[in-house]
Write a protein of this length. Sequence first.
Length: 265
Amino acid sequence: MNIFLHELKFYGKSTLIWSVSLVALLVLFMSMYPSIAGDIDSFKKLLDGYPEAVRKAIGLEVENLGSVLGFYAYIFLYLSLCGAIQGMNIGTSIISKEIRDKTADFLMTKPLSRFTILTSKILAALTSLAATNVLFLVAANIMLDQVKSEEYSAVTFVMITITLFFVQLIFLALGVVISVIARKIKSVLTLSLGTVFTFFIVGMLVSTGDDETKRYLSPFKYFDTAAISRSSSYEASFLLAGAGVVLISLLISYFVYIRKDIHAV
């Protein structure tokens, strides 16, 4: 029994749906750019009337909206939100679906170690997310080329775009921990939405202040796309924080899964 291929097939349909949805959302957002860029002065005057706290909360930097990369960096926060839901949804279902579908006992009878089982499942999840990101990267590149009014840095564009994968990895790892620890999860989607939106709201709240350390409370704030578009670099401390969350989450997942009693009901 090839668990990796079985899991990959299981995630195939949802991966396609999420990929198409992300691309459609990208096209919807970027199609607005030509109109905004064409009347950017009036648009900036309108947005300047918003309180600074509100602008910070929604990640809006008015001065950057006139450039295609600046606009892309702004909308990317909301694209990352959708991507995070996909990552969390896959991670949370990795083990919980075996309990829900009552196939856990059957899986445990196979001549495979629990380490191998969990590793195969995680690799299949990573492959699904990677496929989504490759498709999204290609679509984003095509879309920006279609609407751009000036040249932009391809390196910076790629750096912004792959943060989608980084955010998905973090929520995938968090989802795996929950899937392994929870005895039974009735609704994966409900739990995923609740968790992701909680972190998203926390990220919005911490953005309104000047305390940079509070950004560690939300994975959505580990990768400031506006700052990346300006400096073409990541913030090392937050990059390490994200890697730490993934590593610790996976270590806990393996530790618990290898030792826990697995119940089919």
